[in-house]
Design a protein around this ligand. Sequence first.
Ligand code: AMP
Length: 423
Amino acid sequence: MKYHRPRGTQDIVPPNVYTWRYVEGVFDSTFLRFGYQPLRTPIFESTDLFLRSVGEATDIVSKEMYTFLDRGGRSLTLRPENTAAVIRAYLDGGMHRVAGISRLSYIGPMFRYDRPQAGRYRQFHQVGVEAIGNLSAMLDIEVIEVVMTALSELGFEGLNVKLNSVGCPVCREDYTTVLGEALEKHMERLCDDCKVRARINPLRVFDCKRDSEVKKELPSISDHLCDECSSHFAIVRSLLRAVGRSFELDPQLVRGLDYYTKTTFEILHGSLGAQNALCGGGRYDNLVEQCGGPSTPAVGFSAGLERIISVLPAGVDQERSLIPRIDFYVACADEDSAERALKAANVLRTFGNVEVDASMRTLKTQLKHAEKTRARVTVIVGADSPHRLRWKDMDERSQVEVEDDGLRSFADEHSKHGNEGMA
Ligand code: AMP
């Protein structure tokens, strides 16, 4: 083999692709049920968008971006996440001029140059929503409910929601000073990355997977929230309890992106190992303004499809009915019948899925293959019967002859009676 897929990427091949389509469909319909409209943005954006929004001191920006110059000398980056791009599109499209809340959803590939391991890829797929335009804690609850509803429809139970508030620039300023001072005292115990983080953006120390012992001894953001952030957080917790959603407070949950303010949350799955977050999200009340728009609060989540699919509850991914069945298998007995076989296939496509056997193998071999595809009906076209086709019902094991010209009305009648899968 001369070529292989790039490291950290995956081919999603049949039949697994049907599991993907099923999971995407569940998210898609859940988004619509909550009033979120689908949005598609380019897979690359101006590099500056991510530097300013995700933050220069984050791992994503400092180590993981696929950045390149195009032929016009512009610096572009394959999107490492989609929130910044959604906000860019929201402003570009003038959605901020429309009163009310913009509810947008997305599904698509993201790119991060990270060390590939289970649950961590260089190209991976996220689904998510953004609710833009209101400060209400009701929206924080809504986005959590959107993802929890979709996950529960996929059969997940007992998922662990972790919750925190990372405050706003007002309380963050005080907290960052206190945190910076505390980190100074522990500097020799920090890893090399955190030594740098401690000086340029201390909050990012909490993203480190290595320095867990030091992190336990650091001051907590929860003790430094300003009145407004503290009251917002209290309302979020009480509304979550009111809707019966259990959660666990995690004062170290800061998420690896700079744009978050107030609420942050993650949904974890016990059997995922080190990469155990199925989903992450939170509020980002300053991002729209940072991207050049008017001051506009917003909240959203993003979930990783690879991880969700890897731990899909038993049964869903094995569900054979996810794989669309072939309705008609057109067996073509000889080269002289090619034209008739193609015409018959075109007629049958009005009534269902058609696979044409173009192999010119013996009829016996073609019929064996038809059995394997689990086709409902095999239509045999051969020069020995120049104007008639043989219609073989594979479930009932019966066979009738049908005039070429009468195929449409015959198929029409037979797809109305029985054969529930046919269109
Ligand atoms: P983030 O954008 O980092 O908040 O991630 C949101 C979700 O995307 C995570 O909870 C994961 O499910 C998924 N995710 C993030 N990075 C990766 C990756 N490199 N490979 C696979 N899934 C990822």
